[in-house]
Design a protein. Structure first.
Length: 87
């Protein structure tokens, strides 16, 4: 329809809405079993929106395979706690 959209409105998007790119990257690393900092290094040259979108797509892919929404919620909560403790 030509309107700009911040997300596609699915359950994952609603859960991630308002989360920082850093929190979504940390959660995506945890859900995918990646070493901490992997996505930060991979997306170093990307803008915050691209970081958030790519990490969100990783989370969405995990949910399509075998991750529950509750696991995503817990990973986001842990990521936010980790990032807040570091700042």
């Amino acid at each position: 329809n030509g309107n700009l959209s911040m997300d596609n409105g699915d359950e994952v998007a609603l859960l991630l809405r308002g989360s920082s790119p850093e929190a979504v990257m940390v959660a995506a690393e945890k859900l995918k079993g990646l070493e901490p900092g992997t996505l930060t290094k991979r997306y170093i040259d990307r803008n915050p929106g691209a970081k958030r979108m790519n990490a969100g797509n990783i989370v969405r892919g995990c949910v399509r395979r075998d991750t529950t929404i509750e696991q995503v919620r817990e990973a986001l909560k842990a990521a936010s706690k980790t990032l807040n403790a570091a700042s």
